[in-house]
Design a binder for this molecule. Structure first.
Ligand SMILES: *Cc1c(COP(=O)(O)O)cnc(C)c1O
Length: 428
């Protein structure tokens, strides 16, 4: 038995499914997950000493790659001053100021400890600010594991939410309406059915959690108009896209300004962080400035702030987003050439350094089309890639992430592995 297998067997005795977050367990892949010992740049090494080129990047946070020297240095310095104080620090002021400078919609920001916490808090604020309880989310969009967000779509856009997980009260789920991504008519139907009931429309401006699905032209603009005309707040969940697709996130890339924005992943430099922010008049309703309660023992933690600030500094100091675009463009072009060479017309979606190869033909513009993907073929491809030393997300419905540490050589090696793995997967 390999060390990975041994560890996984032991882990299942002490943790649900052997992991602390479900996607890590490689369910559906029929193999033990790789237990990672260390990472550097775009490479990671598992407990068996196998090295991989990593395209998970901790599911988004590690945009500079693993163990970036300036992040490590900032962390070491912070550790030497103390790990937590439960009192304000200068680092938090720096971080808040930086976020408001970078993210167009954010005048005032509150730091939390995860993306889930950010979206839960943003929804509470939206409900308080509007005096309404309903929320609209999109089928296939993920906003963390909060009760209100674990809602499957009903049979029609008007259907009441049905909980996706046992333990979510039906009464709470019934406050969540679902609409179809890239389909403004479906949003309009939901809003028009209950014109005074919806507190917020929450969306991943670039969907990343059904695999990557870019917004169609005019979709985000349309959401902005519809939300305003029905008195609902527009929340962009930029936990994945923030600081990744551009300096100011998807809202800067597409020029659409939401009322509230949620952040996470990149902002923490690999430490547990989230944030939510927006218009001053809204954010000043948060305690202690206002009556909407939200708190956190470790919120604004000095280690997390140090790592996050160091990462943002490094991004801004280089032409990070241009470099990410060009490296990711190489990977995309290479994959398209291979697909053509092998006569495999698979759907490939990319925005900046987020990308998904869907094992389905035709375009993928929403959840229904994404779920047409053949997950068995994806699993076979994934296993072949892992054996070839490439660490991809084990689920078809996740984005792969290119980092600043990926270089031409890594992309070339990855493309060769993709060519071979696709050949084996399709037996062509
Ligand atoms: C990852 C993610 C979350 C949840 O963040 P956690 O830190 O895992 O709680 C929320 N929204 C989006 C868009 C995400 O990608």
């Amino acid at each position: 038995m390999s060390k990975n297998e041994e560890l996984f067997q032991e882990a299942t005795g002490y943790m649900p499914g052997g992991v602390n977050s479900p996607v890590r367990a490689f369910r559906g892949i029929e193999m033990a997950p790789r237990f990672i010992r260390e990472g550097r740049g775009c490479r990671i090494t598992d407990e068996d000493g196998q090295e991989y080129i990593d395209y998970i990047g901790a599911y988004g946070p590690l945009i500079l790659g693993h163990r970036h020297p300036s992040v490590v240095a900032a962390l070491k310095e912070a550790v030497d001053r103390g790990t937590a104080f439960g009192a304000p620090t200068a680092l938090e002021v720096q971080m808040a100021k930086r976020v408001t400078e970078l993210v167009p919609s954010v005048d005032v920001v509150r730091m939390v400890n995860s993306g889930t916490e950010a979206t839960l808090s943003a929804i509470r604020l939206a409900r308080a600010a509007t005096g309404r309880d309903g929320i609209v989310k999109f089928e296939g969009c993920y906003h963390g594991h909060g009760d209100s967000f674990l809602i499957k779509a009903g049979s029609g856009a008007l259907a009441m939410g049905v909980p996706d997980s046992p333990g979510v009260p039906a009464s709470l789920a019934s406050l969540t309406r679902t609409a179809t991504f890239n389909d403004l008519a479906s949003v309009k139907r939901v809003l028009a059915a209950e014109p005074d009931a919806i507190a917020a429309v929450i969306v991943e401006p670039i969907a990343g959690n059904m695999g990557v699905v870019p917004p169609a032209k005019g979709f985000l603009e349309g959401l902005r108009e519809l939300s305003t005309s029905y008195g609902a707040l527009l929340i962009f969940d930029e936990v994945m896209t923030g600081f990744r697709v551009s300096r100011g996130g998807a809202q800067e890339l597409y020029g659409v300004t939401p009322d509230l924005t949620t952040l996470g992943k990149v902002i923490g430099g690999g430490l547990p962080v989230g944030a939510y922010g927006g218009r001053r008049d809204l954010m000043e309703q948060i305690a202690p400035a206002g009556p909407v309660y939200q708190a956190g023992t470790l919120s604004g933690n000095p280690l997390a702030m140090s790592a996050g600030l160091a990462q943002l500094d490094a991004l801004e100091a280089s032409n990070a987003w241009e470099q990410l675009e060009s490296t990711s463009g190489l990977l995309e072009t290479g994959i398209r050439n291979i697909l053509e060479e092998l006569s495999l017309p698979l759907a490939l979606n990319r925005v900046g350094s987020m990308m998904t190869l869907f094992f389905t033909e035709g375009e993928v513009t929403n959840f229904e089309q994404a779920t047409r993907a053949n997950t068995k073929l994806h699993a076979r491809f994934f296993r072949n890639m892992l054996e070839a030393g490439i660490h991809l997300p084990p689920s078809q419905f996740e984005a792969l992430f290119v980092s600043l540490a990926h270089e031409q050589d890594d992309i070339d090696r990855t493309l060769e592995a993709i060519r071979q793995s696709l050949k084996v997967t399709y037996e062509v």
